[in-house]
Design a protein around this ligand. Sequence first.
Ligand SMILES: [Zn+2]
Length: 169
Amino acid sequence: MYKTELHLHNAAISRCAHTTDEEIVARYEQAGYTTLVLTNHFSRSSFNARSYASYEDFVHQFWQAGPRLEELSGGRLRVLTAAEVRFDTSNNDYLVFGVTKEMMLENQEMFWCSGLRKFRPFADEQGLLVYQAHPFRDGMTVARPDLLDGIEVFNGHPGHDSRNPIALL
Ligand SMILES: [Zn+2]
């Protein structure tokens, strides 16, 4: 049986995350997970929050985080990399699955500035899946459903009220 986490940040990249890599591995292993999809924030604000040398440096470190977690687990957890994207155009967060390092290196504008309407055709062309994260959290607006593949209905972050019961409806 596979048990997979689809929304996870680590403190090395995302400033909202407070768990160390060691804690992540220990807790998920204990809870019987086999696979983690590391979805760190990939946006201008997460870039600005740390002193990266350049966009390329950010992308490079972003892609190092997953393999490091996997290594730390001694290979017991499979760790994949995806991204939580926030465009300059709003405060909404989108979980984007199917991204690659090369895609990020070549499309900074698309990932940071485009907005969901422009991003959608790009996502289709690249075979990406786009889910709105915690759409009912304060400061978010629910995106047009035709631009999404789905929404997140359970978010376990203890510091935010994501209004999960509304999302489940
Ligand atoms: Zn998140």
